[in-house]
Design a protein around this ligand. Structure first.
Ligand code: GLC
Length: 714
């Protein structure tokens, strides 16, 4: 599906009246917070710039007034990092992060998150979100794992397409598929570093979410900082034009990431000058430059000197004007803005609570949960009260204008506040226990620890909230060691040694090493960065008022040195199939998540077991809820080509369905298996489906599988 139609006549009429300078100004986006310069003021007063970023709604007036004074009256498009709600604006609804949301495996819910976010962004007077992140989070050392939908191309493709549909549903906001391409796969998990993927592997894995974004009608794309096999994405005509625009038919516009052109000069050392970099970047397929003041003069001069064809500039400007027209910015009619009352409103926060419940994963429960009958509960740990840690990145606290003095919103439920609300009849006592990074002096550190141990000794149960903090996640914050930092493991161990129930709640931006926590905790609840309502959701799940349904979209490591640990790897590893010093695979793999319900899978059946290419089969499985608790299960369907001309992963996700099953009842779950989805890319990047046997696997936890074989005939 392409994005909604635009008025070609109107766009061409505007383009035909534009001078070269007008056109190049449309191709430049400047940041309102990192650009106090005379050139910024010049552009602002002239009113012809294509876009601004990091402007909040109440700041847009002067930019719009300048544009309205011009002959062509083309307004700027305002871009903002609203990546889990319009979280850079304090009153707005802060949803769980993409990684947390992905634990829901709920396309419809994620689509609605996009719609609600876009409505709050539009109500604030803005019209472009730099979201979703479609990078594939397979190297856990990378700083931006929290911004991804996890490690799997199929799940990311579906959730990415869903949130794009949501963002663009009401026609006020453009989405932005980012970061094109391979950003999360950089060698060593190093931000913006080179990646070794081949075009074949790009097509098999990394391009899939972006193709899904094009098919969902995503109006804009953002070029990644990095490079593939030494070729900077910023100057990759192959990926930006031949594949994205020509082969996939992308008809929106491409914006670079922050100062990419400068990076090709100062970082990647591809060009002597910005002039050369900007020309090469636009020719490759970048239609707009994010910041880089020099861009304007570089391109105007290059066009006057004949170093870039005016057709290339016209095509870029045409794409930008087309998106503005789709958003209703060119028809000259004052759009009725949505009421600002919807920003952070109760209805949105009520929906946010449901999102947080579905985005929480139960990793371990030895029977300690649901926690009932505790008269006195100790809530311990640094992340029980840390709103910044709970929110994660790209909020009014953090990026791009860090505000250390800022405070959380009253409505935000930290885990402590959530436990206090859910266990109103119990006595709740809080003690910090330790910090996340352990930078304090020894005396302070011991005092915190001893206070927590005393509180825990006097309570019936302890809920320990740990994980990581904002400073350990985000752009340029790649992390080599994923062990729980500071004295967090020690706190869990010493509290458990008191002999009471210990429930660990994780508030973190990425999978961490939990080997020690696994030894001592009776239950482990994973919330990741869970947004405004995360604490209440976790508390009601612990209490049993809600039931867990979350499944991991990403695998946890046994060790930071045993990476990558994503599930869909090849199984040929010389004899041992594992490192000699850590267990094989992942303690909590992709697709894993427990529930208060007990789901039992029957055997699989196919309506036909031999198919021609292009044919489809119906696969069915009986799912029984063998418990006294109503529940919702995510039934996952994987496949493997048993014998293939090219190495294939042990299994690859091809479909999933969420199924509600009341206590004691059964449901038949069916999947349509399309042989077209069972293929691979050969050395020549041709998509092939070979004849032969295919294993189909159904699972609810990424650990246990029911299997059946299907044959594709010659
Ligand atoms: C940042 C990020 C990108 C973000 C952009 C605008 O550096 O890489 O994800 O959308 O700049 O803030």
């Amino acid at each position: 599906m392409q994005s909604q139609a635009y008025n070609k006549e109107r766009v061409e009429a505007i383009l035909s009246k534009m001078s070269l300078e007008d056109k190049v100004a449309q191709m430049l986006q400047l940041s309102a917070n990192a650009n106090p310069s005379d050139i910024f003021e010049k552009f602002k007063s002239e009113g012809k710039l294509g876009s601004y970023l990091h402007v909040l709604g109440h700041e847009t007036g002067s930019f719009l007034e300048s544009a309205a004074q011009t002959e062509l009256k083309v307004p700027p498009i305002f871009g903002i990092d609203a990546i889990h709600g319009h979280a850079l604006l304090k009153p707005a609804t802060v949803f769980p992060s993409q990684l947390a949301m992905a634990c829901s495996w709920d396309d419809d819910m994620v689509e609605k998150v996009g719609e609600v976010t876009a409505d709050e962004v539009a109500a604030d007077g803005l019209n472009w979100v730099f979201s979703p992140v479609l990078c594939i989070g397979r190297d856990l050392r990378w700083g931006r794992i929290a911004e991804t939908f996890g490690e799997d191309a199929e799940l990311i493709s579906r959730l990415g397409a869903a949130i794009i549909r949501g963002y663009q549903k009401n026609g006020n906001v453009a989405a932005c598929a980012k970061h094109y391409l391979g950003y999360g796969e950089a060698t060593g998990g190093r931000d913006s570093y080179d990646t070794e993927i081949t075009e074949r592997k790009a097509r098999e894995i990394f391009l899939r979410p972006f193709k899904a974004a094009v098919d969902a009608g995503c109006m804009t794309f953002m070029t990644a900082y990095g490079s593939i096999d030494g070729e900077s994405l910023t100057v990759s005509h192959r990926y930006l034009t031949e594949i994205l625009k020509d082969e996939y038919g992308f008809d929106g516009f491409v914006v670079t990431d922050w100062e990419n052109f400068r990076s090709t000069v100062q970082g990647q050392k591809l060009f002597e000058s910005m002039d050369d970099a900007c020309v090469a970047g636009v020719v490759a397929g970048n239609d707009m430059s994010m910041n880089s003041n020099e861009f304007y003069a570089a391109l105007v001069n290059a066009a006057k000197e004949g170093r870039i064809s005016i057709d290339v500039i016209d095509n870029a400007v045409r794409r930008i004007l087309a998106v503005k027209d789709r958003l209703g910015l060119l028809d000259g009619e004052k759009k009725t803005p949505l009421s600002r009352d919807i920003i952070g409103c109760d209805a949105h926060q009520a929906f946010n609570y449901d999102v947080a419940v579905k985005s929480t994963v139960l990793l371990k429960n030895n029977g300690a949960l649901p926690l009932a009958g505790a008269k006195k509960i100790a809530v311990l740990g640094p992340n029980a009260t840390d709103v910044r840690a709970q929110y994660g990145d790209w909020t009014y606290f953090s990026h791009p204008n860090p505000k250390p003095e800022e405070t959380g919103k009253e409505c935000t439920y930290t885990v402590l506040k959530g436990i206090q609300a859910a266990y109103a009849d119990s006595e709740i006592v809080y003690a910090k226990g330790c910090s996340v990074v352990g930078a304090e002096d020894a005396q302070t550190s011991d005092a915190w620890m001893n206070e927590a141990l005393a509180v825990a000794a006097d309570a019936d149960a302890s809920i320990i909230v740990i994980g990581d903090i904002l400073d350990q996640n985000g752009e340029t914050k790649d992390r080599a060691n994923l062990v729980l930092s500071g004295r967090q493991n020690e706190l869990v161990k010493r509290v458990k040694e008191l002999g009471k129930t210990v429930i660990v709640v994780l508030v973190n931006g990425k999978p961490l090493e939990l080997n020690e926590v696994e030894k001592y905790a009776d239950a482990i609840v994973e919330g990741f960065n869970s947004g405004d309502m995360g604490g209440l959701a976790v508390a009601n799940l612990i209490k049993g008022k809600e039931n867990f349904s979350g499944k991991l979209p990403i695998s946890f490591p046994y060790s930071s040195a045993a990476l990558p640990c994503y599930y869909n790897q090849y199984d040929y590893w010389h004899f041992g199939q594992k490192y000699i010093d850590v267990p094989k695979g992942s303690p909590y793999p992709f697709g894993f998540g427990l529930s208060y319900s007990n789901f039992v899978y029957g055997d699989l059946s196919l309506d036909k077991t031999v198919l021609a290419r292009g044919e489809k089969a119906e696969l069915s499985v009986e799912l029984k809820n063998d418990s006294a608790v109503d529940g919702e299960e995510t039934v996952q369907l994987y496949f493997r080509d048993k014998i293939c001309k090219i190495l294939t992963p042990i299994r690859t996700l091809i479909d999933y369905k969420k199924v509600s099953v009341p206590a004691g009842e059964s449901r038949t779950v069916t999947f349509t298996v399309d042989t077209e989805k069972l293929g691979y890319y050969n050395r020549d990047c041709e998509y092939c489906v070979d004849a032969g046997e295919f294993a189909l696997y159904v699972s609810g936890d990424g650990k246990n599988f029911k299997e059946i074989t299907l044959r594709v005939a010659e």
